[in-house]
Design a protein around this ligand. Structure first.
Ligand code: HEM
Length: 294
């Protein structure tokens, strides 16, 4: 996406920044509801500021490399560099390009990583589904997954989707009412916060049959067609829906298929990951036994 590859140190900084940044967000949310100024200190605020600076530094280095290699138009970075304001015709200021890159780095890395983590957990928990998924990959790609195989992996896709139903990487979204309105028969004042509890919607018994059961068959085309379009929204819905959704599905399928073609995943006895929601939904630690296939 960035054209110029990130260094190993930059990769480490992005992964570490995600943790430092996401953990204390609960304070930011609490302070915002209490209408405290955003700079009010809280546990982890220093680490958060440092993580934010690290991410911006990584983005600034990527931008500098992009400029050196005049990557205009070739990838996401090039497109941001080439973009102009449709009204003023002006190019994006450097700080706005960096803001966008930071958003993409954080929104793109953490969510997909958590979706894959939960998928591997569920496949270790239900080895019969893992074997079926591996059989599909082997039949289609014979152990070397390429981009041409991705449209031919419906079971891998259904498994990834079902994992994001039970463990949505973004477990809730929030909106603020710009003006007074009514929603579902309730009156809302201007400025009211609306929480959209995706995790709950995905497990609601009025929307799903036997909602707590892991069943990838829910994502067969016929089953999908009969569902309310907002019963499943791991990528959100409406005008601000995830801009990376199609890319994330491709990336998730490619990684899952590659991992399953090379290794078997098992759950050590007594391993029960506890979901921990801080903007994203992570397991509070998860160990899997990984054995390479012959
Ligand atoms: C499994 C992976 C992913 C999940 C579950 C996910 C989920 C979401 C959700 C729920 C939103 C909407 C937030 C809202 O409505 O307030 C969102 C927005 C966004 N996502 Fe993703 N995302 C994923 C992967 C990615 C990837 C790979 C990228 C970039 C390459 C990305 C970039 C973004 C950006 C930039 C936004 C903000 C869009 C806007 O406000 O217009 N996401 N994502």
């Amino acid at each position: 996406m960035l054209g110029a590859g990130l260094s190993a140190e930059d990769h480490r900084l992005v992964a570490a920044a995600a943790t430092s940044f996401l953990k204390p967000t609960v304070w930011k949310i609490a302070y915002a509801s209490l209408k405290l100024p955003p700079w009010t200190p809280h546990p982890g605020s220093l680490r958060m500021t440092r993580a934010s600076r690290d991410l911006r530094d990584v983005a600034a280095r990527a931008l500098a490399r992009g400029r050196e290699q005049s990557a205009e138009g070739k990838n996401l970075l090039g497109r941001l560099m080439a973009a102009t304001d449709p009204v003023s015709g002006e190019a994006m200021p450097e700080s706005l390009i960096i803001d966008n890159l930071v958003t993409f780095l954080l929104a793109g890395h953490e969510t997909t990583a958590q979706a894959l983590t939960w998928t591997l957990y569920l496949l270790a928990l239900f080895p019969e589904w893992q074997e079926r998924a591996r059989a599909e990959v082997m039949a289609v790609a014979g152990g070397k997954v390429g981009r041409e195989h991705l449209p031919q992996l419906p079971l891998i896709e259904s498994i990834f989707q079902e994992a994001m139903r039970l463990y949505p990487p973004a477990p809730s979204l929030a909106r603020v009412a710009k003006s007074a309105t009514s929603l579902g028969g309730r009156e809302l004042k201007a400025g009211a916060t609306i929480i959209i509890p995706i995790y709950v919607v995905h497990r609601h018994e009025r929307l799903w049959t036997d909602p707590l059961r892991f069943d990838p068959a829910r994502f067969a085309p016929e089953a999908k067609a009969s569902r309310h379009r907002c019963a499943y929204m791991p990528f959100g819905a409406g005008p601000r829906t995830c801009i990376g959704a199609t890319f994330a599905m491709l990336e998730g399928k490619a990684m899952l298929a590659t991992l399953l073609s090379r290794a078997r995943f098992e759950l050590p006895p007594g391993e029960v990951p506890v979901p921990f929601a801080r903007v994203t939904l992570r397991p509070q630690g998860l160990r899997l036994k990984v054995s390479l296939l012959d």
